[in-house]
Design a protein around this ligand. Structure first.
Ligand code: BES
Ligand code: MN
Ligand code: ZN
Length: 495
């Protein structure tokens, strides 16, 4: 997608998108197009009683006086509420309509469109960012798609008098690149994206200036990572642990660690999952995907912060060599775990990934992301990621970043009572609790692998990594959830 910002006259080709606020006041751009079409726009707005409510779109095909094929008047809602996320959604809503046409370009005509909470170059940049995010497609395996069904839009032109739109867009472009990387990783089938392939995609990020380290099974065995390795032992694919380091600040500045669950496929292992919907488990690496995308975004925009991203990569398969329910494994921390259910594998992977991360990088703050439990979908549906942390300050920071980025979070309980539920009769802990509070007992399990003094939060993103329907800035499929959140968290608190 080619993206340009221009203050020149509107291009003569492409679909024009004209935003309007609910207040009914026409913009300079609207008036110009209305004049060129001899009032066709204002007549259409009146005839359709167009409300300009958020997400409403009025379509005018090939109006006389213009050579452009379409004009879309897009509702921007109430001016006072118009913020960054509303601007992104507006860009997405306009783009969604243009994608359904045969147009080669979309022109956002913003002259005179000045918002409430965001305006000027930043607003123009958010609109472009939202439009670009919406136009994402994962179509590499669709070799026989009808030409007619493929979108033709290859250009976004943002027509704005704001001089700083292009520079405002620069960091958002890198964020978008990170989101796309995550969506790609999440969308790849598990026969293509297994631990080694995931690791080699991480290695490519060295191009952005990230230092990438990959550990294989031999090294992890030496380090005593019996918990992570136990999950991968039924797979013919070698388990990997990848660290991506971005040191954008002074060496003496604190390090933030992001740790992701990267189960490239989760069959459940010997505690086999039922067949219905099992294909979803190709995106059980959504946490690792988000961490990887966030590292790409941070490095891409040269964030002034020290951040390390660590992903634990395994495939959970049933096999003659797979671990059994009842097995006891010893984690790198020395703590022993009774594996009562081989389908509660993500926490086993994270246990060693978290411990290794703290030993290696001594981070002050650790945030892990994981598609950890089905129970979080019961609690929060597909509206929020679940946030578990004993640290009120970190919770506040993450809530603020969630609010600003649109990657919504809801804090969930994590108490001693949940920790008590994972006591084992024969080991230091068991990997499942009772029937209740499955997301909280999973979090309590992870908490046992966090060192004293480390500010830690666990984000259960099982309900958020994949969209089953289109959203304003994300077509259905891999969502890229977490990338904007982590980017914003780092920006707001460390830069
Ligand atoms: N990967 C799953 C969780 C999941 C479920 C993610 C649905 C996305 C959508 C995880 O490994 C798992 O199987 N968890 C079990 C835990 C249980 C055995 C305690 C679950 O949620 O059923
Ligand atoms: Mn599982
Ligand atoms: Zn899993």
């Amino acid at each position: 997608m080619q993206i340009t910002f221009s203050s020149a006259a509107l291009p003569k080709t492409g679909a024009i998108v004209l935003p309007l606020f609910e207040d009914g006041k026409a913009t300079a751009a609207f008036n110009a197009v209305d004049k060129a079409t001899d009032g066709a726009l204002s007549r259409a707005v009146k005839a359709a009683s167009f409300s300009a409510k958020t997400g409403k779109v009025l379509e005018i095909v090939s109006p006389g006086g213009l050579s452009n094929g379409y004009v879309f008047v897009v509702g921007a809602g109430a001016k006072k509420d118009f913020n960054s996320l509303a601007a992104q959604a507006l860009g997405g809503a306009g783009m969604a309509r243009v994608l359904a046409t045969k147009e080669k370009a979309v022109v956002f005509a913003l002259d005179g469109f000045a918002g409430g909470k965001i305006t000027g170059g930043a607003m123009a940049a958010e609109i472009a960012h939202g439009a670009r995010l919406r136009a994402y497609r994962f179509d590499k395996y669709r070799t026989k798609e009808e030409k007619d069904d493929k979108p033709t839009v290859g250009k976004i032109v943002v027509n704005t008098p704001a001089k700083d739109a292009k520079s405002e867009f620069a960091s958002r472009e890198k964020l978008g690149d990170g989101v796309f990387l995550t969506r790609d990783l999440v969308s790849e089938p598990a026969n293509i994206l297994y631990p080694e392939e995931f690791a080699s995609r991480c290695k490519k990020l060295a191009e952005l200036g990230l230092k990438v380290k990959v550990l294989g099974e031999a090294e992890m065995t030496k380090l005593g990572m019996g918990s992570l390795l136990g999950v991968g032992q039924g797979s013919v694919r070698e388990s990997k642990l990848v660290a991506m380091e971005w040191m954008g600040a002074k060496k003496s500045d604190p390090t933030i660690a992001l740790v992701g669950k990267g189960v490239t496929f989760d069959t459940g292992g010997i505690s086999l999952k039922p067949p219905k919907g099992m294909e979803d488990m190709k995106w059980d690496m959504g946490g690792a995907g988000a961490v990887t995308g966030a590292m790409a975004a941070l490095a891409g925009r040269k964030a002034k912060a020290n951040v390390v991203g660590v992903v634990g990569l395994v495939e959970n398969m049933p096999d003659g060599n797979a671990q059994r329910p009842g097995d006891v494994v010893t984690s790198m921390s020395g703590q022993t775990i009774e594996v009562l259910n081989t389908d509660a594998e993500g926490r086993l992977v994270l246990a060693d990934a978290l411990w290794w991360t703290q030993e290696t990088y001594k981070p002050k703050t650790v945030i892990d992301l994981a598609t950890l439990t089905g129970a979080i979908i019961i609690s929060l549906a597909h509206e929020f990621g679940g946030m578990f942390t004993p640290d009120d300050k970190l919770a506040k920071q993450l809530n603020a970043a969630a609010e600003a980025s649109g990657d919504k979070l809801w804090r969930m309980p994590l108490t001693k009572a949940h920790d008590d539920m994972i006591k084992s009769d024969i080991a230091d802990m068991q990997n499942i609790g009772g029937p209740g509070a499955g997301s909280s007992t999973a979090a309590a399990f992870l908490g046992r692998f966090i060192k004293d003094g480390v500010a830690w939060a666990h984000l259960d993103i099982a309900g958020m990594a994949w969209n089953t329907k289109d959203k304003p800035v994300c077509p259905k499929g891999g969502a890229g959830f977490g990338v904007a959140l982590l980017d914003e968290f780092v920006r707001a608190n460390y830069e």
